[in-house]
Ligand binder design. Structure first.
Ligand code: FAD
Length: 687
C-alpha cells in the first residue's frame, strides 16, 4: 500500500483525535511499561492456548490474597520442574480465562493454590475465576485432573472455605482430584510444615500418575542473571515500589510532578504522612497513629476498609544480610526470565542493596525447605551435618530455629558460629527468598469525616526474644518503620536505646522524602448497617478498636448533619491492659457528647494490680440481657482484632448469651451465629 502526503495527514489527524478521545492519562496507562502488570508476554488470556503456545506440560495456578499462596505455588512449580524436568507454567488466576480448560492435553495436570479471605471467600483477584467455576455443569471438566492446596486459618469459622468451595465446584463439574487435598493452617502456625507434608505426598502421587523420574538437582535459576556496569545505576531501580516510578518513566507523574493513577494493589500511591502520634503512655510498648494524605490521588476508601502499607527493611537487617552473604550492595544486576510465562520478580535492573532493602522479606520466619536447600552450597563438613540434621527433622527445626525467632541470617550464623556464607550465590537468594509484602491495617478514620485522609492505628512489634533475651529484640518490619517516621517527624530521640532498628526514610531517589510511604486501599466488607436506627454491637480490644473509631466518627458526622434522626444503640466493648494502654482515651468522651445515650463505651481492663483480669468477652456476659435484647432487635455484631484467642472467646460468649436467652441448645446457638455471619449481621475483621 502506498501512502501519499494527504493519507499521512489524515492518519495523523485520526491519531490526534483518538488521543484526545482516550485522554492523555488513558494513553499513558496503555503505554505504561510497568513489568509487574504483565504476567505473561502473550496476547491471549486463554490458559490452554498460552500453555500450548509456550510448550508447557504442567500447570500451576494460584489465587493469593497477601502473597503467601503465590509464594508456595511458585516454590512448588520450581521444584516440580527441577526434580522431574517438567515444563511448568505457574500463573495468577487473575490473568487468565479458563473456559477451555477441559481441552488441556491429557497428560497435563493442574495444581491449584487457593488462599481463603474474609468469610471463607476466594481472594479479590479470583472473582472471575470463581464466577467461571460457578457457571460449570456436570461433565464440563471431565478431562481435568487437579491437585489442590488451600491456605487458611483454623481460628476462623470458614476454615479454608475458599479451597473447599473450589474443590466442591471442580468435583461437581466432574474434574478428578489427584492425591490428597492439602490444607495449611496459619492458626496453628503450621503453614510451612503442612505444605511440605502435602508436597511430598503429591510428588509421590505424580510420580505414579505421570511416570516421572526424579533427579537430584541443585538450584537452577528461572532467570538469566547478568551483572551490569556500575554506571547503569542511573537508570536502574533503586527500590521504587514499581517500575512506573523510575526516572524516565515520567508516565507515572504529570507535568506538575503529581503521581498518576489509577492506584491499586499493583500501583501504590506514594502518600505523605501528615500526622503521627504515639498512643500508649507506658513507654515500654508503642502504638503509632498515622495519617496518610490521599488528596489528588483520586483514591477512594470507605469506612471499614484496609490500608496496605508497602514497607522496607531496616538498615540493621539489610547490613546483617549483606555482610552474612558477603554481597556488594552497589552491584547492578538484571534478571531476564528464561521463558515467556515468567515475569521479573521485582523491578529490574536494580542493585543488590536495593533488592535486599525494598524487595525481599529478609527478616521473617524461615521455611525449612529454603533452609535445607542451602545444603548444596555448604562444603564445611560440620556445618553441613548440622544443616542436614536440622532441616530434615521438623521438630529439631522448630526447637533450634523457629522457636528462637531466627531469621535466615540469624539461623545461618548460628550454624556456622558466625562465619560468613559468601559461597551462596546471589541469584539463589534473589529467587528463593519471598518478596516483601505490604502490611494491612484496618482504617481507623471515617470516609465521611476524613475524605482525603486515611488514619491507621498500628501497634509496634518489638519485644525481647522470648526464648532467650540475649538474642535481642524481635522486631516487625512495617511497624518499626512507622515508629521511626513518628519519632523522626516529631524530632525525638532515635538512638538505639529508643529504637532497635532504623530505616532509610527518604526512600529510593528521595521518593519518600518528607515522610511518605507507598500505600493502596483494599476494599473490605466490614460495613456499618445502612439503616442508622439498627443497633450495633462492636467488640474490639487493643488495636481491634481501629475500625470502630472509624465507625463512631462516621456516626458522629452523620448525627451532626441529621440532628433529628435517632440512632440505634451503639455499644463498643473495648479491652486494654490499663489506663496507660487506653487507645484514643481522650476522644471517646467527645464522641459520646454528640451521640448521647445512643453510644456507650464499655472497657475491660486486663492488668490493673489487685484486680481480676477482665476481657471483652467477660464484659459481654456482664451485659448479657442488653446484648440479647439488641440482638433480638436485629443488632449487627462486629469483632475486630486478634484472630486466635479473642474472636473465639467472644464467639463463645455470644453463643452462651443466645443459648441461655432463647433456651436453645449449644448447637442451635452456634447455627444462629453462623447464619448471622453468612447474612453479614456478624462480621469479623480479625488477623
Ligand atoms: P512483621 O515483620 O510482619 O512480623 C510479624 C510478626 O512476626 C511480629 O510479631 C514479629 O515480631 C514476628 N517476627 C519477626 N521476625 C520473626 C522471625 N524471624 N521469626 C518469627 N517471628 C518473627 N495491625 C495493627 O497493629 N493494627 C491494625 O489495625 C491491623 N489491621 C489488620 C487488618 C488486617 C486485615 C490484617 C491482615 C492485619 C492487620 N494488622 C493490624 C496486622 C498488620 O498487618 C501487621 O501484621 C502487623 O502490624 C505486624 O507488621 P510488621 O511488619 O511490623 O511485622
Amino acid at each position: 500500500i502506498k501512502f501519499d502526503k494527504i493519507d499521512f495527514a489524515v492518519i495523523c489527524a485520526l491519531a490526534l483525535a483518538v488521543a484526545t478521545y482516550l485522554k492523555l492519562d488513558k494513553l499513558k496507562e496503555l503505554f505504561s511499561t510497568d513489568d509487574s502488570l504483565v504476567a505473561v508476554h502473550s496476547d491471549s488470556r486463554d490458559i490452554v492456548e498460552v500453555l500450548t503456545e509456550n510448550n508447557k506440560d504442567y500447570l500451576v495456578i494460584y489465587a493469593s490474597q497477601t502473597g503467601t499462596g503465590e509464594d508456595y505455588a511458585k516454590k512448588f512449580a520450581k521444584e516440580l520442574s527441577s526434580k522431574f524436568s517438567l515444563k511448568v507454567m505457574c500463573v495468577d488466576v487473575e490473568n487468565y480465562d479458563f473456559d477451555n480448560l477441559n481441552s488441556l492435553p491429557d497428560n497435563v495436570i493442574i495444581s491449584i493454590f487457593v488462599s481463603t479471605y474474609g468469610e471463607g471467600d476466594l481472594p479479590d483477584a479470583a472473582i472471575q475465576f470463581e464466577e467461571w467455576l460457578q457457571s460449570l455443569n456436570p461433565g464440563d471438566l471431565d478431562n481435568v485432573k487437579y491437585t489442590l492446596f488451600g491456605l487458611g486459618n483454623s481460628t476462623y469459622e470458614f476454615y479454608n472455605g475458599a479451597a473447599k468451595k473450589t474443590d466442591k465446584l471442580l468435583q461437581e463439574a466432574s474434574a478428578t482430584l489427584v492425591g490428597t487435598f492439602g490444607l495449611a493452617d496459619d492458626g496453628a502456625a503450621t503453614t510451612d510444615e503442612d505444605f511440605l507434608a502435602w508436597k511430598d505426598s503429591i510428588f509421590e502421587e505424580l510420580k505414579d500418575v505421570l511416570a516421572l523420574d526424579e533427579r537430584e538437582v541443585g538450584f537452577e535459576s528461572s532467570y538469566e542473571y547478568t551483572v551490569l556496569p556500575k554506571d547503569s545505576v542511573d537508570t536502574a531501580s533503586l527500590g521504587e515500589p514499581i517500575s512506573a516510578y523510575l526516572p524516565g518513566r515520567a508516565l507515572s507523574f504529570n507535568d506538575s510532578g503529581k503521581q498518576l493513577g489509577p492506584f491499586d494493589s499493583t500501583h501504590p500511591f506514594v502518600a505523605p504522612i501528615t500526622t503521627t502520634k504515639e498512643l500508649l503512655k507506658s513507654g515500654d510498648r508503642n502504638c503509632v497513629h498515622a495519617e496518610f494524605d490521599i488528596s489528588g490521588s483520586n483514591m477512594k476508601y470507605s469506612t471499614g476498609d484496609h490500608l496496605a502499607v508497602w514497607p522496607s527493611n531496616s538498615d540493621e537487617k539489610v547490613e546483617k544480610f549483606l555482610s552474612t552473604f558477603d554481597l556488594d550492595p552497589d552491584t547492578v544486576f538484571n534478571l531476564k526470565p528464561k521463558d515467556n510465562t515468567i515475569k521479573e520478580p521485582f523491578p529490574v535492573p536494580t542493585t543488590i542493596g536495593s533488592a535486599v532493602r525494598y524487595y525481599l522479606e529478609i527478616s521473617g520466619p524461615i521455611s525449612r525447605q529454603v533452609f535445607g536447600s542451602l545444603l548444596q552450597y555448604v562444603t564445611d563438613p560440620d556445618v553441613k551435618e548440622k544443616l542436614l540434621v536440622i532441616s530434615k527433622d521438623k521438630n529439631k527445626f522448630a526447637k533450634e530455629i523457629s522457636s528462637k525467632y531466627f531469621d535466615l541470617t540469624d539461623a545461618l550464623l548460628y550454624l556456622s558460629n558466625g562465619q560468613k556464607w559468601s559461597f551462596v550465590p546471589w541469584e539463589f537468594l534473589a529467587e528463593t527468598i519471598p518478596h516483601l509484602q505490604p502490611r494491612y491495617y484496618s482504617i481507623s478514620s471515617s470516609s465521611s469525616s476524613e475524605k482525603q485522609t486515611i488514619h491507621i492505628t498500628a501497634v509496634v512489634e518489638n519485644f525481647p526474644n522470648p526464648t532467650d533475651h540475649t538474642l535481642g529484640q524481635v522486631t516487625g518490619v512495617a511497624t518499626n518503620l512507622l515508629r521511626h517516621i513518628h519519632l523522626s517527624k516529631t524530632q525525638q530521640d532515635v538512638s538505639d536505646a529508643k529504637l532497635p532498628v532504623h530505616y532509610n526514610l527518604s526512600g529510593p531517589r528521595n521518593l519518600y522524602h518528607n515522610y511518605k510511604l507507598p500505600v493502596h486501599v483494599r476494599r473490605s466488607t466490614f460495613r456499618l448497617p445502612s439503616n442508622p436506627a439498627t443497633p450495633v454491637i462492636m467488640i474490639g480490644p487493643g488495636t481491634g478498636v481501629a475500625p470502630f473509631r472509624g465507625f463512631i466518627r462516621e456516626r458522629v458526622k452523620f448525627i451532626s448533619n441529621n440532628e433529628n434522626i435517632k440512632l440505634g444503640k451503639h455499644l463498643l466493648f473495648y479491652g486494654c491492659r490499663d489506663e496507660n494502654d487506653f487507645l484514643y482515651q481522650e476522644e471517646w468522651p467527645n464522641y459520646a457528647k454528640v451521640l448521647g445515650d445512643c453510644f456507650e463505651l464499655i472497657v475491660a481492663y486486663s492488668r490493673i494490680p489487685s484486680q481480676k483480669k477482665t476481657y471483652v468477652q467477660h464484659r459481654l456476659l456482664e451485659r448479657e440481657k442488653e446484648v440479647l435484647d439488641l440482638i433480638n432487635q436485629g443488632a449487627f455484631i462486629y469483632v475486630c482484632g486478634d484472630a486466635k484467642g479473642m474472636s473465639q472467646d467472644v464467639h463463645k460468649s455470644l453463643a452462651d448469651i443466645l443459648q441461655r436467652g432463647k433456651g436453645i441448645t449449644e448447637e442451635d446457638a452456634a447455627e444462629i451465629l453462623k447464619l448471622f455471619k453468612t447474612s453479614g449481621k456478624y462480621q469479623e475483621d480479625v488477623w
